[in-house]
Ligand binder design. Structure first.
Ligand code: GLC
Length: 783
């Protein structure tokens, strides 16, 4: 397509290439992040994912070698050939990723569809050329991870996906090409090296990871620019860090957001909502958030309340707050088309809605009936929409749940021809569709920030790369099926690898009826999902922790309580995420990429670096085969220490989710609470597992942006184990101090304990000793 390479020239960090039939650019973002660009539609980048990118100053060299141009940075060698074919090698010249130099050549598909199609079977329609296609050679040893929210397994090699945000209520299966989210980013692991590719194109895009032919994989799109980033890293963590440096990182949330959340379509009227709240406290189950689904509104009109169901919504929220509950309300994009409804009238007056090709406001149908769609691609609409949230924030609604923002339409898909303002570069739906939810979340985030001053809590169903800056996500309308519980693990792991560190599923499943056993097992997974929300559809059977029997109540309580215990550890992970981009739920391969056994583990994961969880995702299963990577691991439930680097079988009765703690871990724990913030935590418990390790604990006010101005305290722990255990404690910042640390040291070997050379009394515990020290800098010696 590009033809022969004619010449090149260098301006600052960009190398411009002239080909016979077009123009190409290589931009050096950093020594290990390279942008490949051709202005096929727009002269410059028009990214919705990358904002305020700061370039690293770095040296590079460009030179002609025979018929190609060689670019050398400190980390990479990039060779550019005719037809704008690009090869990436590491600094020693070892090929990492090469363009495929031949044409696409799909495997043969034999037979006729004819009558099979009549019976309703779907066939691959075969070869479809895309306006943009980047075809890469498959070396054969690749593993592909990421691509956001896709069904199937962790490793995407051999599968084909599309990026077109889709609301499909049928049970999602492995063969689904697209769901609600577009994250055109994947990580390749090959030959123990890792790199990522982010294809920043919002049009419908295509990712064939070696399904069409095992000699190559490709990504492509129907329109837009050729614009992708190659992100090299020695390991997966560095690739994620590079990708999130481009697209942004999940910001530290308010602390209560990490608590348990209960939802349902819908808790109305007020009495029902109150009844649910009461049941939590009666049953001694911690809970922080109750969600209000669409029925709280008057005729599904956003930013209104149905006064028959909630006569005084402000009072309702106040009453719940007294008991420690926060309320999150759903807000859909579809605005009811009804004269006299202020949001509709105002939006029309301000020209905030998308229009058809003739400039007439576009109408489709969603919950409120005929509805119009805010044009979130326009800054004026985003500001107006953000401001609309004030009415909810004024009565202390604590967060916003954005739904149906693919955007969905009950009268069929929104035509490509629908027009959007796109902040001064008018375009149509084909370009905005995949970023509609992203831009809606951005509007909500900014509105919440402006009017609450707190760290916004937004949940969205649809998203694009970079949405992590504004919103957490849930995986949409799953079903109460074991297969969906199984699939939830690789789906959440791949979301995390794709920059979305804060995500979760509808615990228990949305559609269809949950069973007691499924709820027990799903709550065990939920305990380790950053967003821990039980939600189900209208007319499904009750799915709250108490809805089944005593056993299920006890099991769900056990895991919700465990979650509350782990909140300070999870908060530390979220804090780290703001600077590293690393997710909370991590596939084992993220930390153990030198161990091939970890490459395809779909049903266990690391919760941070220190905790390994292997949830049971099959009905009736009471034993679990699982892999422990190298090192020593303590069985959380029995205290047994197991040497890793092997597969083991763990007994997993219905109330046991296998959990292991890595040697040398320090896990901060909170005391039991009904909700986060119920107790002032003056004493932090540290659950310590002998070994060698470091741990950083972070503490702040848990809600405001003051931490950005240094209002926090950081405790650093360094644990070493020789003849005696030494724990070195350092502290920086002085704003949110504890008075004491309660140390649970999980070893029976201890005879004496000293803190800064003063002897400390201790008590024996089941697995070791317990003692209390002042929460100060110093050295603990355990002899
Ligand atoms: C969509 C959402 C679901 C919600 C329902 C009603 O199906 O995905 O979570 O309960 O709409 O608002």
């Amino acid at each position: 397509m590009f033809g022969k390479l004619i010449n090149y020239n260098v301006k600052e960090n960009i190398i411009y290439f002239n080909f016979k039939n077009g123009e190409g650019r290589i931009e050096i973002i950093s020594p290990s992040i390279i942008n490949v660009f051709s202005p096929l539609k727009y002269k410059e980048h028009n990214s919705k994912a990358i904002e305020n990118l700061k370039l690293e100053k770095c040296g590079f060299k460009a030179e002609r070698i025979n018929d190609f141009i060689k670019i050398t940075t400190e980390e990479l060698i990039i060779n550019i050939y005719n037809d704008f074919k690009v090869d990436f090698c590491d600094k020693n010249g070892l090929a990492l990723c090469q363009d495929y130099k031949k044409e696409r050549n799909p495997f043969i598909r034999r037979g006729e569809m004819g009558i099979a199609e009549e019976e309703g079977h779907e066939a691959e329609k075969g070869f479809k050329k895309h306006k943009i296609e980047v075809i890469k050679k498959l070396f054969g040893d690749e593993k592909f991870y990421g691509l956001g929210e896709k069904t199937g397994h962790l490793n995407k090699k051999g599968y084909y996906y599309e990026m077109w945000n889709t609301d499909d209520p049928r049970p999602h299966t492995e063969s689904y090409k697209s769901l609600y989210k577009t994250i055109p980013f994947f990580i390749t692991l090959r030959n123990k090296a890792a790199f990522g590719i982010f294809f920043d194109n919002t049009f419908k895009s295509y990712f064939d990871m070696g399904k069409e032919n095992s000699e190559y994989y490709y990504f492509g799109a129907d329109d837009g620019n050729l614009d992708y980033y190659f992100i090299a890293g020695d390991d997966i963590s560095k690739v994620i860090s590079g990708y999130t440096k481009l697209t942004g990182r999940t910001p530290l949330p308010q602390r209560w957001v990490l608590g348990y959340q209960q939802s349902r379509f819908s808790y109305t009227p007020e009495e029902r909502l109150m009844e649910v709240a009461k049941k939590f406290r009666e049953n001694n189950i911690p809970c922080d958030v109750l969600h209000l689904d669409i029925d709280y509104m008057e005729n599904f009109k956003v930013f209104t309340w149905d006064k028959n169901k909630f006569p005084d919504e402000k009072k309702t929220i106040e009453k719940l707050a007294r008991d420690g509950f926060k309320v999150v309300t759903i807000i859909d994009p579809g605005v009811k088309k009804q004269k006299g409804y202020s949001i509709y009238d105002e939006g029309l007056k301000k020209d905030c809605f998308a229009v058809d090709k003739d400039g007439v406001t576009y109408v489709n149908k969603v919950w409120p009936g005929d509805a119009v769609y805010p044009d979130f691609s326009s800054i004026d609409t985003r500001l107006w929409w953000g401001d609309n949230h004030k009415v909810l924030l004024d009565i202390n609604v604590a967060g916003i749940w954005n739904d149906m923002n693919e955007p969905a339409g009950f009268n069929g898909p929104i035509p490509d021809s629908v027009q959007f303002k796109n902040d001064g570069n008018p375009t149509n739906h084909s370009e905005i569709h995949n970023v509609y939810g992203h831009l809606m979340s951005k509007a909500a985030y900014e509105g919440l920030k402006k009017y609450s001053g707190k760290r916004p809590f937004v949940i969205t169903r649809a998203c694009y790369a970079g949405t992590q800056k504004y919103s957490t996500v849930w995986t949409g309308d799953n079903q109460s099926l074991w297969e969906h519980l199984r699939m939830a693990v690789p789906m959440l792991l791949n979301l995390g690898l794709s920059g979305i560190a804060f995500c979760g599923t509808d615990v228990g499943g949305f559609s269809f009826d949950c069973t007691a056993e499924l709820l027990s097992r799903w709550t065990q997974l939920g305990c380790f999902s950053p967003l821990f929300r039980n939600h189900s559809s209208t007319k499904t059977r009750d799915q709250e922790p108490w809805a089944f029997d005593e056993e299920t109540l006890n099991i769900t309580r056990k895991y919700i309580k465990l979650r509350y215990k782990l909140v300070p550890y999870l908060y530390d992970l979220m804090w780290q995420c703001e600077s590293t981009g690393l997710p909370v739920m991590r596939p084992l391969v993220l930390h153990y990429a030198d161990d091939e056994n970890t490459y395809e583990i779909n049903d266990e994961f690391l919760f941070g670096e220190n905790i390994l969880a292997a949830p049971v995702v099959e009905q009736g299963k009471r034993y679990r085969g699982l892999y422990l990577p190298k090192g020593e691991w303590t069985d959380y439930w029995t205290g047994e220490i197991i040497k890793g680097g092997k597969f083991i079988i763990k007994e997993a009765p219905i109330d046991v989710c296998p959990i292991y703690i890595k040697a040398g871990s320090i896990i901060p724990n909170y005391p039991e609470q009904n909700y986060i913030g119920e107790k002032k935590i003056d004493e932090l418990t540290l659950d310590i597992y002998p070994g060698k390790g470091k741990y950083t604990h972070y503490n702040d006010d848990g809600e405001s942006f003051d931490y950005k101005n240094g209002r926090y305290t950081i405790y650093e722990f360094d644990i070493d184990l020789n003849k005696e255990t030494l724990i070195n404690i350092k502290k920086s910042g002085n704003y949110f101090n504890y008075k004491t640390f309660k140390i649970i040291y999980n070893s029976k070997d201890a005879k004496q304990v000293y803190f800064n050379n003063n002897r400390i009394e201790f008590e024996a515990s089941d697995r070791g000793i317990v003692f209390v020290i002042p929460a100060e800098e110093g050295i603990i010696n355990i002899i």
